[in-house]
Design a protein around this ligand. Structure first.
Ligand code: PLP
Length: 389
């Protein structure tokens, strides 16, 4: 297989795995609980439209994004299911959201007063956000909640469509703080005279661990992409998750060096013996950041370390033996019996798995696979070209 563009570096997205992950969660949850697939940040770097469509095929009911622009991209691509913007929007933009039937998250009464002025006769669907301990956005006070919901329900430009909160520690083994938040949310929901259509609080971690939580919708992000919400809860995952994202490149240069030769900027690596060194066309501008120096990649079914500093567009590896130009190298994913997980890269970078597919930049094309066949290519720089074979 070749990269779809003129440089042999690409991401493969296995849509079949994504579908399986969503189906597994679907079967794990009670039938009357709706799944909102979270596709913010370009589907956690996987591709928003492709992930959205596949998740919907697998039984998701709606979609969540971080801000209004992301929702509009989905609408422009013909997606007509419920979409909720999770973060803050400007009240001036309420009319745009209403026009495209996009639901907004609101947590200030003044926001509603300002939005009213821009809405004319359009109706805006609102999810009220409660801050039960995340400390990010949301109403913290029950009196304030009552007033806001009263204001929404007393105004025919607004539809009180949902109420929700977000957990700060649902992925930790100790559930004390989670239970405190859940209790606070339950109390806030309890004071509402009339319940909205959607009541939701669970992210992936809570959906996997507490499927019988009793509310009627969940917001499913990381698990859909085949990743565990945290390392510590990996033993609590009730079914296998399949990693959807893999990263590949091809050797562009190979040389045999004698002992004592240096590699890359700063000459930080010296060959200790006669070594085969290969050059890869991927670097920190692709999100393969300099801190990954020393990380192994897979080539010819074996491990090979990155040697010397990672450059902006290229890096070097030490091969186990001679291999020709054009040999496929896997930086994330499987080769034969070996597997480099996104979790391995996250551990090396002392961060969480969520961050890794997000930082693999737009410069790297995303190639979408179904049943082993390429069905679509996105990102990369040359939108019009698609010569994948
Ligand atoms: C990102 C996000 C989610 C999804 O969380 P995962 O851990 O990826 O499942 C859910 N709710 C809110 C408010 C979010 O910002």
């Amino acid at each position: 297989m070749n990269s779809p563009y003129y440089r042999d570096t690409w991401v493969e997205i296995q849509l079949d795995y994504l579908k399986e992950n969503v189906l597994s969660v679907r079967n794990h949850l009670p039938k009357d609980v709706d799944i909102f697939a979270v596709v913010k940040a370009n589907g956690y770097g996987h591709g928003d439209v492709q992930v959205a469509k596949t998740a919907l095929e697998a039984g998701a009911h709606g979609l969540c994004v971080a801000f209004l622009d992301e929702a509009l991209v989905l609408r422009r691509n013909g997606i007509d299911v419920p979409i909720l913007v999770l973060g803050a929007s400007r009240p001036e933009d309420a009319a745009i959201a209403a026009m495209h039937n996009i639901s907004l998250t609101v947590f200030q009464k003044e926001w509603l007063e300002k939005a009213m002025l821009t809405l004319n006769n359009q109706m805006l669907s609102i999810h009220v956000k409660c801050d039960t301990g995340m400390g990010r956005v949301g109403i913290r006070d029950k009196q304030e909640l009552t007033e806001m919901v009263g204001f929404i329900e007393g105004n025919r430009q607004f539809v009180f469509e949902g109420i929700f909160t977000h957990f700060a520690t649902a992925d930790e083994l100790n559930t004390n703080y989670y239970e405190k938040q859940l209790h606070q949310f339950t109390e806030m929901v309890h004071i509402l005279d009339k319940k909205p259509r959607y009541i939701h609080c669970a992210n992936s971690a809570a959906s996997l661990r507490f499927p019988q939580m009793g509310f009627n919708a969940v917001r499913l992000g990381i698990a859909m992409y085949g990743l565990t919400p945290s390392e510590e809860m990996s033993e609590l995952i009730p079914f296998p998750l399949k990693e959807v994202f893999s990263l590949h490149t091809r050797i562009v240069h190979v040389k045999k060096l004698p002992p004592g030769e240096s590699i890359s900027y700063g000459a930080t690596y010296q060959t200790k013996e006669e070594e085969w060194i290969a050059t890869l066309p991927i670097g920190y501008a692709d999100g393969w950041i300099r801190k990954l120096q020393g990380q192994v990649v897979l080539v010819d079914g074996k491990e090979a370390p990155i040697v010397g500093r990672i450059c902006m567009d290229q890096c070097m590896i030490r091969l186990p033996h001679y291999l020709p130009v054009g040999t496929t190298v896997t930086l994330i994913g499987k080769q034969d019996s070996l597997f480099i997980s996104i979790n391995d890269i996250a551990r090396k970078l002392e961060t969480i798995n969520y961050e890794i597919p997000c930082i693999i930049s737009n410069r790297v094309p995303r190639v979408y696979m179904k049943n082993g066949e390429v069905v679509e290519v996105r990102n990369g720089l040359l939108g019009e070209k698609n010569n994948w074979k």
